[in-house]
Design a protein around this ligand. Structure first.
Ligand code: ATP
Ligand code: MG
Ligand code: MG
Length: 549
């Protein structure tokens, strides 16, 4: 397909490179290690790593680990695994916490320049003094302390002399600025907390805005790409770099990815995990990368989805059907076809020689000739889907009915002549004859039938567990909860149905992570819960978008 028109970030990069503002494209993906990555992060990953690749530049993975209270090593590891799985390799792996010393020195530099001060207002007072969008803020009574005193107090903050929350370091900018972020933002707070990497070495921790841009600068980032909610933080980003007279990256904002029928905030995802509404971060219903991986999504399908959604300047919500279509489209090309019967009924071929087994050669993937064929055992005792048979059916029912004929995929045309019923009158067995002249691929009979159905040989099939997943939430936007409700009230109670399926013997060799198309049913993946001899498969997505119909 032709390369799409450049998006606004590429245009901005082109301008800056041409103007000589930067020599190369250095981007970074900066997650806070306070949860697992989700599909929104995938968009940011594809964008940052993708730009570096397209421009022959570099992209760092940087852990924005400046808030010790919510961060854990488990997250640091899962994030690396997920970025790699998506198909990207960082140039440098960095931790903002490694810059604590440098940040501290720079803070002292701002104090010396009279651009930062130690403030003793409480958190609540600080908020009050800050003013509102319509009202200017008030100067803190500590704002005009002289640099010497500030330096002394700041050093003692660092030394642990003061209790948590008793003092902050604030940038001295403009309490009347129309931009609230510029009303003397807090740079450091006192927090005697254990950090997952720096241990107990620090008891003052930098605020996000102070740490983020400086980390970008230290790494020589040229384009600091972030989501729209940081647009009005950009003046502060610029103020810090300018005041320190350090390398000054260009911040560019783009719209977050939102998806229907799910939530994407890490706080909410954590709550789903902690309260056991799902089996874990990698539950196949979660919008996390690890959940999508376990669900059976391929890295390629996620990358294609992100490219297809594109980069925008305005927030919007993307229909999850587009994500589902991206995996359908990929698996249609690459997934081998197999036969599985979910809701079986016996079908006996009355003219088949007793105990005879014949192998049928069945095409693995009509979209990919190189996938070849496989041998599927055919016998006189078969299973088909109940829904593929009706004793009496309207003319347009192209599956099997009494007195009718159908083709068994890869095998023969069969004619149904009778049924066996239980005492209640339910059909429990279908009796058919096969037509030996109609073997698939060698059919010289000239017979035509309208329908083809799938089947398995009852004695050769293995029984597996199938987990049929549906959307985690029953409404498009669970974030928009009605009064008195939370997003949890919109969980879909039927998001998981466990069934049994009978599958052809070729599945016996399937490995964890293998994906197949069960013909006429959907795409499935082998779940890590599988054990030798007891396969568990997750439904990735149905063949067509039939949700809600
Ligand atoms: P959350 O609100 O879920 O905690 P976050 O933005 O705080 O998300 P970070 O770990 O800070 O999460 O995100 C790392 C990077 O991923 C940031 O640059 C952020 O802008 C980007 N990102 C996060 N969520 C999305 C999203 N939904 N769409 C696009 N980019 C995102
Ligand atoms: Mg963040
Ligand atoms: Mg966050």
């Amino acid at each position: 397909s032709p390369r799409p028109r450049k998006h606004f970030i590429e245009t901005a990069i082109d301008e800056d490179l041409q103007a000589g503002k930067f020599e190369a494209v250095h981007t970074r993906f900066p997650p806070e290690p306070n949860g697992y990555l989700h599909i929104g992060h995938a968009k940011s990953i594809c964008l940052n790593f993708g730009l570096a690749k397209n421009y022959g530049g570099t992209c760092n993975l940087r852990f924005d680990d400046t808030n010790p209270s919510k961060e854990e090593t488990e997250y640091v590891e899962s994030i690396q695994e997920d970025v790699r799985w998506l198909g990207f390799q960082w140039d440098e792996l960095q931790y903002a916490s490694d810059y604590f010393e440098q940040l501290y020195e720079w803070a002292e530099r701002l104090i010396e320049k009279g651009k930062a001060y130690v403030c003793e207002l409480s958190a609540e007072q600080t908020r009050e003094y800050r003013g509102t969008l319509t009202e200017p803020g008030k100067n803190s009574p500590y704002r005009d302390r002289d640099p010497k005193e500030n330096l002394d107090l700041f050093r003692r903050m660092k030394a642990g002399e003061f209790p948590d929350g008793s003092k902050t370091l604030r940038a001295k900018i403009d309490m009347a600025s129309p931009n609230l972020n510029l009303r003397d933002p807090v740079m450091y707070r006192i927090m005697k907390a254990h950090h997952h990497r720096t241990g107990d070495r620090w008891c003052i921790y930098p605020m996000y805005d102070w740490a983020h841009g400086q980390s970008d600068s230290i790494e020589g980032i040229s384009f600091s790409i972030c989501t729209l909610e940081f647009e009005n933080h950009r003046p502060l980003y610029d103020w810090y770099c300018d005041s320190l007279e350090i390398h000054h990256p260009r911040q560019i904002e783009f719209a977050r990815l939102n998806l229907t029928y799910t939530v994407m905030s890490k706080r909410k995802l954590l709550q789903l995990v902690k309260e056991k509404h799902v089996g874990g971060w990698d539950d196949p219903r979660m919008p996390t990368i690890s959940g999508l991986r376990r669900r059976g999504y391929t890295p390629e399908s996620i990358r294609n989805f992100c490219a297809d959604v594109g980069v925008a300047k305005f927030n919007s919500t993307i229909d999850v059907v587009r994500l589902e279509n991206s995996i359908r489209e990929h698996l249609n090309r690459v997934a081998p076809r197999r036969m599985a019967v979910m809701d079986p009924i016996k079908l006996t071929i009355t003219n088949w020689p007793k105990d005879k087994v014949e192998m049928c050669s069945v095409i693995n993937n009509p979209e990919d000739e190189s996938a070849g064929k496989r041998e599927v055992p055919f016998s006189g005792h078969l299973l088909i889907q109940q829904e593929d048979f009706r004793e009496e059916a309207p003319r347009k029912f192209f599956r099997l009915k009494k007195g009718g004929a159908v083709r068994l995929r890869g095998a023969f045309i069969i004619d149904c002549h009778d049924v066996v019923k239980d005492d209640d009158g339910n059909v429990i067995e279908i009796l058919c004859t096969y037509d030996p002249e109609t073997r698939s691929g060698q059919d010289q009979s000239g017979r035509k039938v309208k329908g083809t159905i799938h089947w398995v040989s009852a004695d050769h099939a293995s029984e597996i567990e199938v987990r049929d997943y549906d959307r985690l939430f029953g409404v498009e936007n669970p974030d928009a909860a009605e009064e008195g409700k939370t997003f949890l009230d919109y969980l879909n109670p039927d998001s998981l149905t466990v069934r049994t399926a009978f599958v052809e013997p070729a599945l016996a060799e399937a490995q964890i992570g293998d994906r197949v198309q069960f013909e006429r049913v959907g795409y499935f993946v082998v779940d890590p819960d599988s054990k030798a001899g007891s396969l568990v498969m997750n439904r990735i997505v149905g063949l067509r978008d039939t949700w809600g119909k």
